[in-house]
Design a protein around this ligand. Structure first.
Ligand code: SAH
Ligand code: SF4
Length: 343
């Protein structure tokens, strides 16, 4: 059955026209879905019983079922595993700290890129998610938070998958998340993270100049990056950075680079100098992320003193940095730990 969340406004209006409904009905449905967060057609009390029945026959509201969930002991991280009707998994993480309520959403079930250090990559690609399946992850938590009078403040597309390999659905989802008549989360409070696909970075600059971009760099040379990220052979560092410079030129926005720190692999003094050189005079910020352990990868996280020494080199070159310890690693909810199962 089709999911109503996969329809944009135009498609919903078109559907209603075919059922001889007055044009304003689309707004009632839209409001019910994206402002009231209804999850069954029976909750739409302002629609006639007949129309509710018809909608019920034609569309589902929930595109997946929640299989299980796990909360960290401090209660700040909450990971949920959903399952699509074909049993493919989706994981979503809610994080409540630093005065923010952020949701980390997935754009694919699994990921085809296969980065060595990433549990999602090791699953391979199960499928692309539709825009409705992406949005439903947000609606799930919006419903839950509403009961406590709370609202999502930030969205990061950093869960499972590479969003630029599923761009048209991601694009539809971002438009819907941003919609003033619906979910209404400001573009500046949304961040998309990519492994770095140059043509898509440029397209994103044109389509979403206000949405934040994070690029997963992780190494200062192609030789090192290729060992971690197979697609670097196709899209080497210099092409990614050329696209990022163009992105900054178009949007005038600061780009975040993510750099997973792996002991004695990419955290040497020489690596820091090379990275500083690459990013010189760029409107950017570097997040240094101690690698989270995943079962498939033999590398170890850098110890804090090496991370701090690395950071110092960047600071001396006037490159702003933050050391980011992933939250939720205790429940395997940290970056790169989403493996489609709850452990
Ligand atoms: N595919 C996109 C978005 C999802 S991954 C991307 O790669 O950017 C989100 C972030 O988690 C990326 O920066 C990724 O490099 C990071 N990540 C993956 N595995 C990790 C690990 N084991 N430890 C820390 N961060 C990891
Ligand atoms: Fe895919 Fe990102 Fe994981 Fe690489 S780090 S395998 S691109 S999800």
């Amino acid at each position: 059955m089709k999911c109503i969340l996969d329809l944009d406004k135009e498609q919903l209006r078109h559907y209603l026209a075919t059922t001889q409904q007055p044009p304003y009905r689309w707004q009632q449905i839209w409001h019910g879905l994206y402002v009231s967060y209804f999850q069954s057609w029976q909750e739409f009390s302002n629609l006639s019983q007949d129309l509710r029945k018809e909608l019920e026959q034609d569309f589902s509201i929930l595109p997946f079922t929640q299989i299980s969930e796990v909360r960290s002991d401090d209660g700040l991280t909450h990971k949920v595993l959903f399952q699509l009707s074909n049993k493919n998994p989706i994981e979503t993480v809610l994080m409540q700290y630093d005065q923010r309520i952020s949701v980390c959403i997935s754009s694919q079930s699994g990921c085809p890129i296969g980065c060595e250090f990433c549990a999602t990559g090791k699953m391979g690609l199960k499928q692309n998610l539709s825009s409705g399946e992406i949005i439903a992850q947000i609606l799930y938590f919006s419903r839950m938070l509403k009961e406590q009078d709370l609202e999502i403040t930030n969205i990061v597309m950093m869960g499972m998958g590479e969003p630029f390999l599923n761009y048209s659905e991601v694009q539809n989802a971002l438009e819907r998340l941003n919609d003033h008549e619906g979910i209404n989360i400001g573009a500046r409070r949304i961040t998309l993270s990519t492994i770095g696909i140059p043509s898509q970075i440029l397209q994103f600059a044109i389509d979403f100049p206000q949405t934040n971009l994070a690029v997963s760099l992780h190494a200062p040379t192609n030789h090192q990056r290729e060992q971690l990220i197979p697609i670097n052979k196709k899209y080497p560092i210099e092409e990614i950075l050329k696209a990022v410079r163009e992105y900054i030129h178009i949007t005038n926005r600061r780009v975040t680079f993510e750099y997973v720190m792996i002991n004695a692999f990419n955290d040497n003094h020489e690596d820091a100098l090379l990275l500083a050189e690459l990013l010189q005079n760029m409107l950017c910020h570097v997040n240094l992320i101690p690698m989270n352990n995943t079962t498939a990868f033999s590398g170890l996280p850098s110890p804090i003193d090496r991370i701090q020494a690395f950071q110092k080199v960047l600071t001396n070159h006037h490159i702003p940095t933050t050391i980011r310890f992933s939250k939720g690693t205790q429940i395997q909810a940290g970056c790169g730990q989403l493996a489609g199962r709850l452990s």
